[in-house]
Design a protein. Structure first.
Length: 219
């Protein structure tokens, strides 16, 4: 019970900053809207650091999730400003590389990989490709591969790390919303759909560091 209260207390900055974002829904782009948008992701980075410091276990898993969150915050910043969209994609691509390295490559789960490759290819070819031009044709393909790889590794983890599995799928959904709204058509309530799934995804991935720390302490 004490551990649960401690976890909830460390999540308070994230919860408050999320409420602030959705209540205000500030017009974009602006410096203030950028700051408000980045706060929840930075709050999750704080959660990972605070949780690791409180347990005395800065595991390689926690460090990589922490770094992934920092690059996600950079991506959040860039995506507010249309001219920085490609840089935002690059920042999130680096985030996914950190997440993949955190989740590891064992067990391999080839069926999960095949399912995600098929799903990703279908979304890219039938939904996105007709809307893409120039650099974005290749940038979206590369980014999509990394996103699916991140989800594959998250879904391949043991069942007691369910939060990473759900988080990775929500990340997929959020990024599909981003792509459709950016390249194909104006999505109704786009910001609410994109950011609610995105913040939920990042929170579930960040919270997994607490389970990882507990696993290490028991072993």
């Amino acid at each position: 019970a004490a551990n649960t209260r401690s976890l909830l207390f460390k999540m308070v900055p994230f919860l408050i900053s999320c409420i602030l974002y959705f209540v205000l829904l500030l017009p974009e782009p602006s410096v203030l809207s950028t700051t408000v948008k980045c706060l929840p992701t930075l709050s999750l980075a704080y959660f990972v650091a605070a949780q690791s410091n409180s347990t005395g276990l800065w595991t390689s898993y926690a460090r990589r999730i922490f770094l992934g969150l920092l690059f996600s915050a950079v991506g959040d910043l860039c995506l507010v400003w249309p001219k920085l969209f490609v840089l935002g994609m690059a920042a999130f691509a680096i985030c996914h590389i950190f997440y993949i390295s955190a989740f590891g490559l064992r067990p391999f789960r080839p069926l999960t990989l095949l399912l995600l490759v098929g799903l990703g290819a279908a979304v890219y070819i039938y939904l996105l490709l007709p809307c893409l031009t120039g650099l974005y044709i290749w940038a979206a393909a590369v980014y999509g591969c990394l996103l699916c790889a991140m989800a594959w590794r998250a879904l391949s983890r043991p069942t007691h790390w369910l939060s990473t599995s759900v988080g990775s799928l929500l990340f997929l959904v959020s990024d599909v919303f981003v792509a459709l709204n950016k390249f194909c058509f104006s999505l109704p309530h786009a910001r609410i759909l994109i950011m609610s799934t995105y913040y939920s995804a990042q929170a579930l991935i960040a919270v997994s560091t607490a389970s990882e720390n507990n696993h290490w302490k028991r072993s």
